[in-house]
Design a protein. Structure first.
Length: 425
């Protein structure tokens, strides 16, 4: 079978790496890809935002499965388009992925179905939001309704900060249309984990727990990023907790979306806070996480392709996933200045040599220069992953890999996974 992967991040490199190991797959095409994915499959210059172009390519090349990485392509309806053309595709329809692209819609479904989440209100004017703020206590959680490149959430410690946040989202429109409506919700305390499940509209194949590290600096300080590193599984999260998440969150959501005529097929990724009242949803994503996927693809023992196909066909019964023993750590190396402004084009040294024992480096913002040198081409540059006998071992191996790689201005967090095991950082 020929597989087309859409996207260019570390997530897509990890998916391509895993899919390439399947005996079912003869060829992988990637659009647009990065310097790392060039070693796994063939890069194709497609306008991925143009559904007709993607579908014409699939027909010409007899693509047997399309895997969609980024959320914006889902929100643009690439899955609907390809399904209409009878091209097998892994991912949810535009309507099913509304659970990610509209926070107000997600909150409404959760409220109607009794899926545990923070109490909230939706506002369409800044006057309404500001008046409500006066009745609430800090910290204030403000969320732009639409997709905002992962930057649509403000956690304000003071009322002044919250007032600024409301003005910049709703009046100055820093996130454009995404800020036409905002959600203000209760602040949840607890351990935040990432949950992934491959779904077929009804059933869910749950992955082990993972933990992302969203802030740029150690000890969760500084601004939010796309994610600076992940671990999986999270050693302090018992299996019963994951069962509870499946029963109270994942399966009820699948039932709810099916009843609403928009069955969810693809990868469901709830961000969950483990609070003293039980697991509560922070947000739903309708796609693989980045960098969660980089850890998961190392931990997954099974061939992923049968599960992707079964999900696309809407029948996961009879499909299971097996996982390697031990644990995985993924450390993100980012450009200096990220998540703010950063320079591109810095030469990267040591990325191939870092492939030590248990270590695999997935590329994100990388490309080849005119002379063939590996250079930086984005905010998050490389993902150094390691599988170890336990989390401590995985971390040690991953950081050994990181130390072999260098580029001007590179930054990474030294405390990935540290808060859930007692280690010196
Ligand atoms: P998001 O962009 O939706 O992933 O949100 C960014 C981050 O804000 C989340 O990963 C959480 O760490 C934090 N966050 C979002 N909502 C809440 C909440 N209700 N309570 C506490 N933290 C939250
Ligand atoms: N790492 C978080 C996300 O992919 O949204």
């Amino acid at each position: 079978m020929r597989v087309l992967i859409l996207g260019s991040g570390g997530r897509e490199h990890a998916l391509a790496w895993k899919i390439a190991q399947s005996p079912l797959v003869e060829k992988i095409c990637i659009a647009p890809g990065n310097a790392g994915t060039a070693g796994v499959g063939e890069h194709v210059a497609l306008d991925t935002k143009n559904n007709s172009v993607v579908s014409a390519f699939c027909r010409e090349q007899s693509i047997g499965l399309v895997v969609v990485g980024p959320d914006d392509l889902l929100a643009d309806g690439v899955v609907d388009f390809l399904e209409q053309e009878n091209i097998p595709v892994f991912g949810p329809t535009k309507a099913a992925s509304e659970i990610e692209w509209s926070k107000a819609y997600a909150k409404q479904v959760m409220q109607e179905e009794g899926i545990p989440t923070a109490r909230h209100r939706v506002f369409e004017t800044s006057e309404g939001a500001l008046a409500y703020l006066q009745t609430q206590k800090p910290p204030y959680v403000l969320k732009a309704d639409g997709l905002a490149l992962g930057k649509g959430v403000v956690i304000a410690k003071t009322k002044e900060e919250a007032v600024d946040g409301i003005h910049s989202m709703m009046d100055a429109k820093v996130h454009g249309e995404a800020g036409n409506r905002i959600v203000i919700e209760e602040f949840l305390e607890g351990l935040e984990i990432s949950v992934h499940a491959i779904c077929d509209g009804e059933r869910a194949l749950m992955f082990p727990s993972a933990k992302d590290h969203k802030r740029i600096y150690e000890n969760d300080e500084g601004p939010n990023t796309g994610g600076m590193g992940t671990i999986a599984p999270v050693p302090i999260v018992p299996q019963e907790q994951m069962k509870l998440i499946e029963e109270r969150i994942v399966l009820p959501l699948l039932r709810a979306l099916k009843e609403r005529g928009r069955p969810f097929k693809g990868l469901l990724f709830p961000g969950v806070m483990l609070t003293k009242y039980g697991p509560m949803v922070i947000e739903f994503n309708a796609r693989f996480g980045d960098p969660e996927t980089q850890s998961y693809m190392r931990l997954m023992k099974s061939d992923i392709v049968p599960a992707l196909i079964a999900s696309a066909e809407g029948d996961l019964s009879g499909t299971t996933l097996e996982w390697n023993e031990g644990a995985v750590a993924c450390i993100v190396m980012a450009s200096g200045g990220y998540p703010g402004a950063y320079e591109k084009g810095k030469e990267i040294r040591g990325a191939e040599g870092a492939m030590g024992e248990g270590v695999v480096v997935f590329h994100a913002g990388t490309k080849r220069s005119g002379t063939g040198a590996l250079i930086t081409n984005g905010g998050r540059v490389l993902n150094v992953t390691a599988l170890g006998t336990d989390l401590k071992d995985a971390r040690a191996r991953a950081y050994e890999g990181v130390e072999q790689i260098s580029f001007e201005g590179s930054q990474y967090r030294k405390d990935i996974g540290a808060s859930v095991i007692s280690v010196e950082i």
